[in-house]
Design a protein around this ligand. Structure first.
Ligand code: LMR
Length: 397
């Protein structure tokens, strides 16, 4: 049977990491995968994570299985982090959470739940969206449709196009939105626009699946959750796929969650029972380590304050690199206006570089960027900036 196999294509994002690691060029630069690097080019373990791990080592007394949906303390802590302490969803107990292996695990469970328990046939995603969204949803049997999101000419959010398209989506269908730091464009709706999205979703009875993977990396932990909090006020059915890879730096611990929000606590409990069916058939029950770390940090006021400060430092460094990138491109003789990069949120900059230019950057300069032109700003450092910008100036001609 296996003799009929051809090589599958490499993943457009993680395949780049593999190629980068295999590249012998000592000056190579990895701006592909969305992983934070500090000014020395390292992906550090947060100090608060190290501290929580020490405590965990002392306290942990068993490696018994977790329940299918994971730990209650983790669920409670992350619901408050996402929704804020006083949100009506929490007061009315309308949310139920399952601990998942990363945000990807959460999205996959969400898709299977929607497809099998809710008879969803299709999901609407922004054009463009994270390269892996389509893989995940198609693997779960959902058809993909797109709504406009990005205006390439003005390098801005095409909100008129987006809201117009949402108004045309058949009632009751599922729409994926990025909670903040849209991947790949870095462009998010503002508060007024979120309100309009919530209103539209309510009137069309759309089911919203919010992908929240970068909370804290745009403006602040509360500010970045405003969109999801506003969407949750209107009472539409909603799912929130959370990833803590970036804001806790827990990439390889695969730490995420899927929160389902219904009309009542009874609805949320019923939905959770179906999530559990999907989870049991996929990976049985979740990994514990990352979630235990997060629970310790979020529930200890001192550690939590220190963690919030670490997130602030990550956010500030990324913003500094945005500024430096724009300045250094200018200094390197690039005439094109790249100031839009300062206005984008989170790790990514949707640069406008073409596939061919990205290819030349890789082959001639060992600079790795996703084929769509998405650049991981969090991989830029003061020491790789000149080389990067000279190379970009060269490919722009
Ligand atoms: C990215 O978009 O680079 C990250 O979300 C990592 C991944 O798994 O693709």
């Amino acid at each position: 049977m296996f003799d009929r196999l051809e090589m599958a294509p490499p993943d457009p994002i993680l395949g780049l990491t593999a190629a980068f690691r295999a590249d012998a060029n000592p000056n190579k630069i990895n701006l592909g995968v969305g992983v934070y690097q500090n000014a020395s080019g390292k992906t550090p373990i947060l100090e608060t994570v190290k501290e929580a791990e020490k405590r965990l080592l002392e306290q942990e007394s068993t490696k018994d299985y977790l329940s299918i949906e994971g730990e209650k303390d983790y669920a409670v802590a992350l619901q408050k982090l996402i929704l804020g302490e006083d949100h009506s969803i929490l007061k009315d107990c309308r949310a139920a959470t399952a601990q998942t292996p990363g945000g990807t695990g959460a999205l996959r469970v969400a898709a299977e739940f929607l497809q099998t328990a809710c008879d969803a046939r299709r999901i609407w995603v922004s054009d463009p969206t994270w390269a892996n969204h389509n893989n995940i949803f198609e693997a779960a049997g959902l058809e993909i449709a797109t709504y406009p999101y990005y205006d390439a000419a003005s390098k801005s959010l095409d909100f008129a196009g987006m809201i117009g398209a949402l108004g045309e989506i058949p009632e009751g269908e599922v729409v994926l939105v990025h909670g903040c730091c849209h991947n790949p464009t870095g462009l998010d709706p503002d508060v007024e626009q979120w309100k309009q999205i919530a209103k539209m979703a309510g009137s069309r009875k759309l089911v919203l699946l919010v992908d929240l993977a970068y909370q804290g990396l745009a403006v602040g932990l509360d500010e970045d959750a405003q969109g999801v909090r506003i969407l949750g006020e209107k009472g539409s059915d909603m799912l929130i796929a959370s990833s803590f890879s970036k804001n806790f730096g827990l990439y390889r611990e695969r730490t995420g969650a899927l929160t389902v929000v219904g009309d009542s606590s009874d609805q949320a409990a019923k939905a959770l029972s179906h999530l559990k069916k999907a989870i049991r058939a996929n990976y049985s029950n979740p990994p514990a380590h990352g979630a235990q770390i997060i629970t310790i940090i979020l529930n200890d006021p001192v550690l939590r304050r220190r963690w919030e400060e670490e997130v602030r430092q990550i956010r500030d460094r990324i913003q500094e690199m945005r500024d430096l990138f724009v300045q250094t491109l200018k200094k390197s003789g690039v005439n094109r206006d790249f100031s839009f990069i300062r206005r984008q949120n989170g790790m990514f900059s949707f640069s406008g570089l073409t596939k061919d230019q990205v290819q030349v950057l890789r082959e001639k300069y060992a600079i790795y960027i996703v084929g769509s032109g998405r650049i991981n700003v969090a991989g830029m450092t003061p020491s790789n900036m000149d080389r990067l910008c000279e190379a970009v100036a060269d490919v722009l001609g």
